[in-house]
Design a protein around this ligand. Structure first.
Ligand SMILES: *Cc1c(COP(=O)(O)O)cnc(C)c1O
Length: 410
């Protein structure tokens, strides 16, 4: 009994996706490959269980075993982030974690101040397309001409707009965050300070990126990006804020928790607590430096001139092709990237003038700095010779050979 024999219609795209993940080179900064143990938990019978509420305080019977699972996940999450005080591991995604924090900290119509979407922020930081921009009054700070967050600008906007909540963290910002400085701005205007570390959580856990814990009232994250766990989210809060956060998750924004996913989060947190995870994150950074250096040598302009973390944003404003064009060319040679808006974007979000790339997935496959520099060359070759079908075929063959030498684990 299996999907392959029972449901060939569905099996076909599922196995094709499995092959795509093996054959192609994943440079999407928000993606990664989970371990076989994480997959085992995700495919477990824990998906059958309803467990509304929290361990020891459930609205359903039969929760004695999933209670233990959720407690293990919570304890490991707290162990992973020094200085954390309380956590809810139930948010189904990063967006759900943010929605819960807003519900806990704000009333409808309150002002939130976050990084502008086209400057690297996230939809859930007050975009008019997202509930965060519909239910709350959203205002935004931007990066300066050097592509960096300008704390003087943030302070000026905060003084003028008096936000109830100051949002930090981003989806496409390659530099460190100064959470102590944001704390002083939040204190000056009486705002709640939130860090969304969806992207850099793995680096923070490994001690290779400044930590928001000790500075922020709430910290949200995904579990599937640099943290290399199952698709999902979680939200931390100061001890005195946990009661409100918990009820904002359930019943505020969600129903029953996904207990199989929570088990998979627990697996990933154990993996992240092992010394090998720090080695992995250090290699993610080394590979990002190698790529950034080589891309710059090849004439690409990186927003902010480089990177402190796992990702970089390539500004194609002056190139004769758009982010959308570049995504298509790279896709044709087996290099998967996403187009991305850049600061001072002049094209639409569907076209864009940027490409975002990251090293977490390639590093999980075992690629080192030499490989990362070679990947940057293949990236540059494909774009420079985008009209030469023969040369593109050569690049594609080399990408597949590289991936063949570094199989996806699990
Ligand atoms: C990815 C991301 C999210 C959303 O995560 P989902 O799991 O896709 O909902 C939220 N905030 C930031 C900064 C992100 O990068």
């Amino acid at each position: 009994m299996s999907i392959e024999t029972n449901d060939p219609e569905l099996f076909q795209p599922m196995s094709a996706e499995c092959l795509r993940q093996q054959e192609d080179l994943e440079l999407i900064a928000s993606e990664n490959y989970v371990s076989a143990d994480v997959l085992e938990a995700l495919g477990s019978v824990l998906t059958n269980k309803y467990a509304e509420g929290l361990p020891g305080k459930r609205y359903y019977g039969g929760c004695q075993h999933v209670d233990v699972v959720e407690d293990i996940a919570r304890n490991r999450a707290l162990a992973l982030f020094a200085g954390s005080e309380g956590v809810n591991v139930q948010p189904h995604s990063g967006a759900q974690a943010n929605a819960a924090v807003y519900l806990a900290a704000l009333k409808a119509g309150d002002t939130i101040l976050g990084l502008d979407l086209s400057n690297g922020g996230h939809l859930t930081h007050g975009s008019p397309a997202n509930s965060s921009g519909k239910l709350y009054r959203a205002v935004h700070y931007k990066v300066n001409d050097e592509g960096r967050i300008d704390l003087d600008q943030v302070r000026d906007i905060a003084r003028r707009e008096r936000p109830r909540l100051l949002m930090t963290g981003a989806s496409a910002y390659p530099r460190h965050w100064d959470w102590a400085a944001f704390r002083s701005i939040a204190d000056e205007v009486g705002a709640v300070l939130v860090a969304d570390i969806a992207h850099v959580a793995g680096l923070v856990a490994a001690g290779l990126h400044p930590t928001p814990f000790g500075h922020c009232d709430y910290v949200t994250t995904t579990t599937h990006k640099t943290l290399r766990g199952p698709r999902g989210g979680m939200a931390f809060a100061r001890a005195d804020l946990m009661k409100g956060l918990n009820s904002a998750v359930f019943p505020g924004t969600q129903g029953g928790p996904l207990m199989h996913v929570i088990a998979a989060k627990a697996v990933a947190f154990r993996e992240a607590l092992a010394p090998a995870f720090t080695t992995y994150q250090a290699q993610v950074l080394t590979n990002a430096q190698a790529m950034a250096t080589r891309l710059t040598e090849r004439g690409f302009r990186l927003v902010s001139g480089g990177t402190d973390n796992h990702l970089m944003l390539i500004d194609l404003s002056d190139a004769p092709y758009s982010g959308k064009d570049a995504e298509a060319v790279l896709g044709s040679v087996g290099i998967t990237v996403n187009k991305n808006t850049v600061p001072n974007e002049k094209r639409s979000p569907f076209v864009t003038s940027g490409i975002r790339v990251g090293t977490p997935a390639m590093t999980t496959r075992g690629l080192t700095a030499v490989d990362a520099a070679r990947v940057a060359d293949l990236f540059a070759d494909a774009l420079e010779q985008r009209d030469d079908a023969e040369r593109l075929a050569d690049v594609r063959a080399e990408v597949h050979a590289l991936c063949g030498r570094h199989p996806v684990p699990a």
